[in-house]
Design a protein around this ligand. Structure first.
Ligand SMILES: NC(=O)CC[C@H](N)C(=O)O
Length: 222
């Protein structure tokens, strides 16, 4: 599986993502600078976590106007798989690739801890290696992770099976509506999530729960 990771000024989880992708796919991802005009021909494009542009204006708002986003929107429309994690999720919502918004955490604090996620559906390319309803550990680290969407958008997301990951067992760290931790677009090729699966992929991390997400994408691409 060929992969690429977009790097913005202020990205800081790009290297974690390179490591996770290389570990699971066996080949090195391409690093794409945000000012580039075009993405390479790959199976998966990842928008990683971090503090692009220092989170000025709104988290992800300035990065969503980067030159590379034009081609990301075009590639997403062609069906290329796109994964946005944390700041990446914020960038994808700001770019209009995913509905809703990530507001300031309900507790107004930065949260850095481990939560439990429920895989709501295994009928997606991002989750097919999980069992439906599987509860797994995943770290979070953000201050703007409070997912919100208006009532109609929320109903559509829930009815269409676009809510892929939910905070489980009362571990919602940020006040997200309906405990939403990760959603995908209607076509099913773009997913954004606040938790960091790339930070739980090898025993030295203290667990490997996050691998299933990358293994899902690998088996889909095979
Ligand atoms: N780890 C991250 O990607 C942080 C995301 C974002 N800058 C926030 O704090 O909300």
């Amino acid at each position: 599986m060929k992969t690429a990771v977009i790097v913005f000024p202020g990205s800081n989880r790009d290297r974690d993502m390179f490591r996770a992708l290389e570990l699971v796919t066996g080949s090195r991802p391409q690093s794409i600078w945000h000012a580039d005009a075009t993405l390479p021909d790959v199976d998966l494009v990842v928008v990683p976590g971090g503090f692009s542009y220092g989170d000025y204006l709104r988290s992800g708002a300035i990065a969503a106007r980067s030159p590379i986003l034009k081609d990301l929107v075009a590639k997403a429309a062609q069906g290329v798989t796109v994964l946005g994690v944390c700041n990446g999720f914020q960038i994808l919502t700001e770019a209009g690739l995913l509905p809703g918004a990530l507001m300031r955490n309900a507790g107004l604090n930065f949260v850095c801890k481990e939560v439990l996620l429920e895989t709501v559906t295994d009928a997606t390319r991002f989750s097919l290696k999980f069992e439906k309803g599987q509860v797994w550990r995943c770290p979070v680290a953000h201050h703007d992770g409070n997912y919100f969407a208006d009532a109609d958008t929320l109903k559509a997301l829930e009815d269409n099976g676009q809510v892929v990951f939910r905070y489980a067992n009362g571990t919602n760290p940020n006040g997200s509506i309906n405990d939403i931790a990760g959603i995908m677009n209607g076509a099913g090729n773009v997913l954004g999530m606040m938790p960091h699966p790339e930070n739980l992929v090898e025993p030295l991390h203290g667990g490997t729960d996050g691998r299933l997400l990358f293994e899902s994408l690998l088996s889909k691409a095979a």
